[in-house]
Design a protein around this ligand. Structure first.
Ligand code: ZN
Length: 187
């Protein structure tokens, strides 16, 4: 049997450790939870972060967390060697299989690398009341992590429409950050 990392209380666990251990152990309840439980976790933490650190910092933390999740997701669920259209088709499929949302690419400028994309039935915000501001900062970070990992160029992603701004889908603009490039996977 492989060693269980949770036995070693001196080890600082990484996102990898948490994701690769213990998700198969729910014999009766299985590997899914209702969307309400996901949102209870997300919005409770959001509230605490905003109370402690203010709205701007809360949004930054959600974006950074989303970025790490998107990076992990891309490395573990997607094939980054695929050409762009096939990669986006695979991304669409995986997001749907995992019930995170239904991705649609509205525009892609291959010269500048700029995207406009929508996510319908988004796990984070579909059905929320109008709050006058986009709330999917985690998704902004997540998509940024996916595109940065795939292209090796630093991407900034901004949500421009959201259920919480009165729209029926979330719409994101993705652009290569000025002057910033990094090599994540040697491409
Ligand atoms: Zn949204």
């Amino acid at each position: 049997m492989s060693q269980n990392v949770f036995d070693d209380d001196k080890k600082t666990l990484t996102l990898d450790d948490f994701m690769k251990n213990g998700t198969q152990e729910r014999d009766n309840l299985g590997d899914q939870v209702p969307i309400m439980v996901y949102r209870l976790l997300e919005y409770a933490i959001r509230q605490v972060l905003e109370e402690r650190f203010g709205k701007e910092e809360q949004q930054r933390i959600f974006r950074e967390g989303g970025f790490r999740a998107g990076e992990y997701f891309t490395k573990n669920f997607l094939d980054i060697t695929l050409p762009v259209n096939e990669f986006l088709a695979q991304l669409h499929q995986e997001l749907e299989v995992l019930k995170m949302g239904v991705l649609r690419i509205e525009e892609l400028d291959e010269d500048t690398g700029r995207f406009m994309m929508t996510i319908a039935e988004d796990a984070d915000c579909s059905g929320l009341p109008v709050m006058g501001e986009a709330v999917c900062n985690y998704d902004e970070g997540f998509l940024s992590g996916v595109l940065t990992t795939y292209t090796g160029k630093a991407y900034t992603v901004k949500e421009v429409d959201c259920w919480a701004t009165g729209d029926r889908v979330c719409r994101f603009r993705a652009e290569v950050s000025e002057g910033a490039a990094r090599s994540c996977h040697g491409r």
